[in-house]
Design a protein around this ligand. Sequence first.
Ligand SMILES: [Zn+2]
Length: 347
Amino acid sequence: MTTKVKGLVERLKDGEDIIVAEGYLFEFERRGYLRAGCFVPEVVLEHPELVKVMHEEFVHAGSDVVEAFTYYAHREKLKVIGRENDLEILNRKALKIAREVANETNTLMAGNISNTTIYEPGNKESEEKVREIFKEQVEWAVEEGADYIIGETYQDGGEAMLALECIKKYGKGTPAVITISPTNDGISYDGVPLEQVARKLEDAGAACVGINCYRGPDTMRPLIQKVRAACKGPIACLPSLYRTNDQVKSMVDFKDHVTGESAYPADMDPYLISRRRVTEFTKELKELGVQYFGLCCGNKAYFTRAMAEALGRKPPASRYSPDMSQHFTNFKDGEHERATRNFYVKT
Ligand SMILES: [Zn+2]
């Protein structure tokens, strides 16, 4: 059963902003419920109650969308950990949890397919395998009532096109949002500038196109500007939450500043951006004409709340947004003198 809430396409047509909290894989890895490396969302089967709570947290923080946690829950990835037999049950469970939270909170539920890791441009056999992966996940998403389907983190334009093709073919009219992932030079692995891939996806019928993952705000910005210039319709931007820069364009390239060893994926906390940067970047994106706002790897509920507030929203979590005027160190002279006396060394 799908919701009666206003659909994605209608919202985009009406010029509304959409906020989409992502980043489930990293957050559950950090919490100790899935393994970095294979990055398979086993938590869906082992601790479904925690997945539900994280969906609820993100909605509480301002997400308009509950994205089913089926990222990397595809045949190839489950094979890596010997759980191929759990493929359908995991997908359906993740979709049911997301549907339940969306129904309870009047939000949209999105199915989710992703890069398969086995796509090889021009290799018919690999393309067929990729199609099969997309087909089964799309069909399950539709059967479990997805309002739309997110296809994301494609580094090959060809694989992104296959994802869209399969959503159109097997999605029974379910809208598609397709986002591609920026490599260091802003060109897809199969050699096409990302903005051209985005335009191709738009022309082929995606409801919204854009970029997600790998780059943080500072290195994502030039690429999303190009996507804006190339596309006519609504565009999406979902950066990672890391301090990427001219020297380190993507989160996977961070080196530990002491040992020089790769910080990806388990030692990246020191390179997280601030909530303030999320606020600023969201406003920058709004000015650039982005309509579909999201946060990818490194996201946490407080970042999503910062994004929502930057767009003028007041989600339930805003009740507890920081207010340092209530902190004792900011009380006026004479109030709580004892506390202030203990906190400061008077000069
Ligand atoms: Zn990501």
